[in-house]
Design a protein around this ligand. Structure first.
Ligand code: NCD
Length: 379
């Protein structure tokens, strides 16, 4: 993001960040998200996650109880979705509106934008950045969000860049893991499906690799294996990985299974997609045979054929609830963090009309959660 001093939409020069440590109270913490882009899950360090997760329970209460909140009054989010999206787009918009902000919809950018007329990407981004306070962008090209952030003077959230990353999905995924298993370390995780093109997996493993004793069991067809570079990156952090091309006994050791769709839109050859799409299907028999009774089954959605419909009713399947719901709460916290410099539980509660405050008073004295043991930072 190019910062411009004196800009009327309030984007002062960047500040150095004072990162919190677990156990500190919110009062001593400077907001590490203020005025920043979110392009890669690399930016979601354990300290920053802890800062966000202290606010998410308050955000959840606000949303679940339809509590009016004026925190983001006057602020505008511009959704720029050059690739189809339903949940991700709506969940960012819902987060913004629930906090009193507004959304300036861009009419079907895929068809109507000047992009379709061959306009320069740079001009497009500069134009939309002028409209609001925050761009949320999805685009078919890896690296596009980073490029947009270089042209935009307002922060950019990457909502998926081709087969690159999807950091806000990973954010809601780790919030879900933390809330269901009470830790982010010491986890054995099966990651299955399209590991080559699945951007949600690329972001998720980057976050989990920062915590101690996490182990990944990768399951994919040979052609859809995790990119070598990413594999080396997480192995370099000490994560133990095993790779398989089918279901294996080792999966019985897993706390979590994170399954993904074969990403049809990334295939140049339709026949190759047809050959791949039904190779890894989770059904009740597979769960009986290979999964622990207390494991957790996650999926970023949408599910096509890779999980059989009967599995929806298995108590281990949490992709509809709470995984999807956590998307709204985590994005409420993230967007508020990006747009409000002195964001604290008090600031949020004070922006709620008095008669609703008794419902949220208990959140005033929030503490940073302990997310588990974190890898020591390289000296
Ligand atoms: C994912 C995506 O777009 O990468 N969807 C989402 O945002 N929840 C996963 C997918 O499309 O398979």
């Amino acid at each position: 993001m190019v910062l411009q001093e004196g800009d009327h939409r309030g984007h002062p020069p960047d500040k150095s960040i004072v990162l919190p440590r677990s156990g500190e109270t919110e009062a001593s913490i400077v907001n590490p998200f203020f005025n920043k882009d979110l392009i890669s899950a690399d930016e979601l360090t354990p300290e920053k996650l802890a800062w966000l997760f202290q606010i998410t329970p308050l955000m959840e209460t606000v949303h679940l109880n339809s509590i009016p909140c004026r925190l983001l009054e006057g602020r505008i989010l511009v959704p720029l979705f050059y690739e189809p999206s339903t949940r991700t787009k709506t969940s960012h918009q819902t987060a913004m509106i629930q906090l009193g902000g507004a959304v300036s919809p861009v009419e079907d950018p895929i068809r109507f934008s000047s992009f379709a007329k061959g306009a320069r990407f740079k001009h497009e981004i500069i134009a939309f950045a002028i409209m609001g306070d925050l761009l949320v962008m999805r685009h078919q090209e890896m690296g596009s969000a980073q490029k947009a952030a270089e042209f935009s003077h307002v922060p950019v959230i990457n909502a998926g860049d081709g087969n690159g990353e999807h950091p806000t999905q990973a954010l809601l995924d780790v919030l879900t893991i933390w809330r269901t298993r009470r830790r982010l370390d010491d986890l054995t995780v099966v990651l299955g499906g399209d590991l080559l093109n699945g951007r949600t997996i690329h972001s998720l493993i980057k976050i989990l690799a920062n915590f101690k004793n996490n182990r990944f069991i990768l399951a994919s067809p040979e052609e859809l294996k995790l990119p070598e570079e990413l594999k080396r990156f997480i192995e370099g952090k000490g994560v133990v990985i095993s790779e398989h091309q089918g279901f294996t006994e080792e999966m019985k050791e897993a706390d979590i299974w994170y399954w993904t769709r074969v990403q049809k839109e990334r295939f140049e050859n339709e026949q190759v997609y047809e050959r791949m799409k039904n190779l890894f299907i989770i059904n009740p028999d597979v769960l009986d045979r290979y999964a622990r009774k207390d494991m957790t089954l996650m999926h970023p959605l949408p599910i096509v054929t890779e999980i059989a419909p009967e599995v929806d009713d298995d108590p281990r399947a949490i992709y509809l609830h709470p995984q999807m719901r956590n998307g709204v709460y985590s994005r409420m916290a993230l967007i508020a963090g990006i747009l409000i410099e002195d964001l604290t539980p008090d600031a949020i509660i004070d922006s709620i009309p008095r008669k609703f405050r008794p419902q949220v008073e208990e959140f005033r004295s929030l503490q940073l959660p302990d997310l588990g043991k974190v890898l020591a930072k390289p000296a």
